[in-house]
Design a protein around this ligand. Structure first.
Ligand code: SF4
Length: 478
């Protein structure tokens, strides 16, 4: 069931035979009307398409009510009035077309509606992955596609403005493959989204927002159901690196040594992004260090995002640029998720691993970020991230404790390659120690009800365990 401010002849707040309509809700084949009686006591009335037995209201026998401490006599008049009001609209009022339900979310950007409440099981299962209809991702190489290039069979080296790429040959190829159930033509079997069925209609959640955003979501869902190769839509999500440059030189990452501001996305890119902002729900900005891009910082502080209230901005950042003053400049931006690459739980290890600003300069930035998100009552939208290396292996549990103390999510990752001889995967004892630490962390997360984070930690642990069991002691991805 999802709530709605209006239902046929009824609106929330309307007076009804001495009571007042306090809530309206609808779901597949049924509607609910909650009426606060004169003494404030709520009574929930239910109207279905096909009632199992007639209810007590003569004007509309399909109307019934939920058991309530109030005696029937206390709400009989309200029930009769409701039956008379709804009778001309039944049974049509119990049916809702999914586009109308999404449009009915209205302007409230916090309103959500999972497609599982709207579509049949057959429709929900129609595509193994919907990313080609919802996402456009610019890779670092540079490549483009609906997702990370690592999971594409032949990442395309197309470039250009988002809308041109959205309708270009690479994205059309993915749509063709996924619509014809031939995902193997474009997608590797190892793709976690494909394997885990994490990007399907069953996992999509429609959101409220301006009319153009609701209309684009409706068009996107229709294009997925149709398997359209050239949909008349714009992306719901765009992912891109703002620059390959980074002001840090982390032990495991090459951006600090090889990144350059010469590849910074120019103002023209953001102008093209602004053109599709009315239909966008989310952008995710990566790097290098995304906030090292002066152009991106200026865009964040400008009008592009203020004009699209539904648009969430997700960042993966080292946090060094998120000073309290900079955060204040971005206060109109809906920071949907900020992943902070900290990689350490103490000042000494922070310096040894990240080789950038000292911890004493970054901690106030974290505090400002936490305060901003708490003010928005959404502290879990921050994640502290650690790549487990030889240099920080001893702080895995302390890192999880730091995230717990700050009430944010925690993420652990295994290193790719063996940069600076830091991979723990080239040393069986280090792999074993990491495995044990991750097991402790996962158990603690689970005990706190943080199952998603625990599952992710277990996933990294499982990779270590499998490689140890097979005697594979060498750096990923081999
Ligand atoms: S199945 Fe994987 S590789 Fe294919 S489009 Fe979806 S996310 Fe990308």
């Amino acid at each position: 069931m999802w709530s709605t401010p209006r239902l046929g002849p009824l609106v929330v707040g309307q007076a009804l035979a001495g009571g007042r309509v306090s809530a309206l809700a609808r779901g597949p084949g049924q509607v609910q009307v909650t009426v606060a009686l004169g003494d404030g006591q709520p009574v929930v009335f239910e109207l279905v398409t096909a009632p199992a037995a007639p209810g007590p209201f003569a004007a509309l026998p399909a109307l019934s009510y939920r058991p309530t401490p109030a005696g029937f006599a206390a709400f009989r008049a309200v029930g009769d009035a409701l039956a008379s009001a709804l009778a001309p609209h039944w049974p049509a009022i119990t049916h809702v077309a999914w586009p109308d339900a999404i449009d009915g979310l209205g302007e409230d950007v916090a309103a959500t509606l999972p497609l599982t409440a709207l579509l049949s099981d057959e429709a929900l299962a129609r595509r193994a992955c919907v990313a080609p209809w919802t996402r456009l991702e610019y890779g670092a190489r540079p490549t483009i596609g609906p997702c990370c290039a690592d999971f594409q069979v032949a990442p395309a080296a197309e470039s250009g403005a988002p809308l041109a790429l959205w309708h270009g040959p690479a994205m059309r190829g993915f749509r063709r493959a996924l619509a014809s159930a031939d995902a193997g033509a474009t997608c590797r079997a190892s793709c976690p989204r494909l394997r885990g069925r994490t990007d399907t209609l069953a996992t999509l959640v429609a959101r409220g927002g301006p009319a153009a955003f609701r209309a684009n979501q409706i068009a996107v869902i229709a294009s997925i159901l149709d398997g359209a190769e050239r949909p008349a839509t714009t992306p719901l999500e765009v992912v891109f690196p703002a620059t390959s440059f980074c002001n840090y030189d982390c032990l495991m990452c090459s951006h600090g040594a090889t990144g350059t501001l010469a590849d910074e996305r120019p103002p023209a890119f953001y102008a093209a992004l602004a053109a599709i902002a009315p239909g966008l729900g989310r952008i995710e900005v990566l790097g290098g260090e995304p906030l090292a891009s002066p152009v991106f910082r200026a865009v964040l502080a400008g009008e592009t995002f203020a004009a699209a209230p539904q648009l969430e901005v997700a960042l993966t950042t080292n946090g060094s640029y998120l000073t309290p003053a900079e955060l204040a400049r971005y206060r109109h931006v809906r920071l949907g998720h900020v992943t902070v690459s900290l990689n350490a739980a103490t000042a000494a290890t922070y310096q040894a691993v990240n080789r950038g600003l000292p911890w004493a300069r970054v901690r106030p930035n974290l505090d400002a970020l936490l305060a901003a998100h708490r003010a928005a009552r959404n502290p879990r939208a921050i994640t502290y991230s650690m790549v487990i290396l030889r240099a920080n292996l001893h702080e895995v549990e302390a890192f999880a404790a730091l995230a717990e103390a700050d009430d944010v999510a925690v993420r652990f990752m295994l290193p790719m390659h063996d940069r600076n001889q830091q991979s723990i995967l080239t040393d069986a004892a280090a792999m074993d120690a990491a495995q044990a630490a991750l097991a402790t962390v996962a158990a603690r997360l689970r005990a706190r009800g943080r199952d998603r984070e625990a599952t992710r930690a277990d996933g990294e642990r499982a990779v270590l365990a499998a490689r140890l069991a097979r005697g594979i002691v060498r750096a990923l991805p081999d």
